[in-house]
Design a protein. Structure first.
Length: 202
């Protein structure tokens, strides 16, 4: 996944209509509402303020708003672009000043898609996109006499991060994080080495 470090914008003209697409870091509904309110106030003379957003790593929620454009012609294609780029914690707002010539359904979809793609290209050119490393947290409980065993198994997974190990009575619990795509392989390795043991995942 990717996250935007700071805001950026992309402007273009399509058949007399002006489109200004802005990308803003925003990781909550409150942040998005504040940004949208500010942009509506700043560009009060615009015809539409269409938007799309994604939140969370891993992704928790996403959404879009056509803001008066025909249903599915603005926010939906914008969200499709954000999703295709695997961006999160971001708000995309495409502000349109209608120039008198209707674009039609297909033309609107192309324009809002182009605006969002252009803003992302601008962010990439400026080095504003940061790769997010997503890790899954797990816990391996074993008898304290076997406390070394989880460490041995995890040693075969260099991408894993050991967070710590607790001892309580006769029980030892190893805490770690690992990329989600490696979780299945680790579960198999642990099951084989521990003869049926399991991993507790958060």
């Amino acid at each position: 996944m990717q996250r935007l470090s700071t805001s950026c914008a992309f402007r273009f003209r399509e058949k007399a209509s002006v489109f200004l697409t802005e990308l803003h870091p925003a990781d909550s509904q409150e942040a998005r509402a504040a940004l949208l309110g500010r942009l509506r106030k700043r560009d009060f003379d615009a015809t539409h303020h269409c938007s799309a957003w994604r939140e969370g790593a891993p992704l928790r929620a996403e959404g879009s708003d056509d803001d008066g454009e025909p249903s599915g012609t603005a926010g939906t294609p914008m969200l499709k672009v954000l999703s295709g780029e695997d961006l999160t914690d971001v708000l995309a707002v495409c502000i349109r000043w209608f120039g008198g010539t209707k674009l039609g359904t297909g033309g609107l979809v192309r324009a809002y898609t182009e605006g969002t793609q252009g803003a992302i290209a601008e962010a990439r050119a400026q080095g504003l996109l940061e790769v997010i490393r997503i890790l899954r947290t797990g816990h391996i409980p074993v008898d304290a006499t076997q406390a070394h065993l989880p460490c041995t198994v995890l040693g075969a997974f260099p991408e894993a991060e050991i967070l710590g190990q607790d001892f309580e009575g006769s029980l030892s619990t190893l805490h770690f994080r690992i990329p989600p795509e490696r979780a299945s392989a680790l579960e198999h390795a642990w099951r084989e080495r521990s003869r049926g043991g399991s991993i507790a995942w958060e």
